[in-house]
Design a binder for this molecule. Structure first.
Ligand code: ZN
Length: 84
């Protein structure tokens, strides 16, 4: 390695918002993350919705209204698959 051109590599503790902590190496002194392997839905297998603005609710409401009106008009139209 060439001297004086490389940043210093530290061993850092990564803090996740779920409370999980793990060690890695970084040029930063501290790392805070929102999601990690212990809490990401891909690894936990559970579905988690971060819905702070009620967007999912809004969407479902809108969709329910549309589905209801479609039912009254034509039976031939394929019904939308219900979430879950
Ligand atoms: Zn986490």
């Amino acid at each position: 390695m060439k001297e004086k051109i490389h940043p210093v590599l530290h061993e850092v503790l990564v803090h996740c918002t779920c409370g999980n902590e793990f060690k890695t190496r970084s040029t930063k002194k501290e790392m805070r993350v929102e999601i990690c392997a212990a809490c990401h839905p891909f690894f936990t297998g559970k579905q988690k919705m971060l819905d702070s603005e009620g967007r999912v609710e809004k969407f479902n409401k809108k969709w329910a209204k549309k589905a209801a009106s479609a039912e009254g008009q034509a039976e031939a139209a394929p019904a939308p698959a219900d979430a879950q």
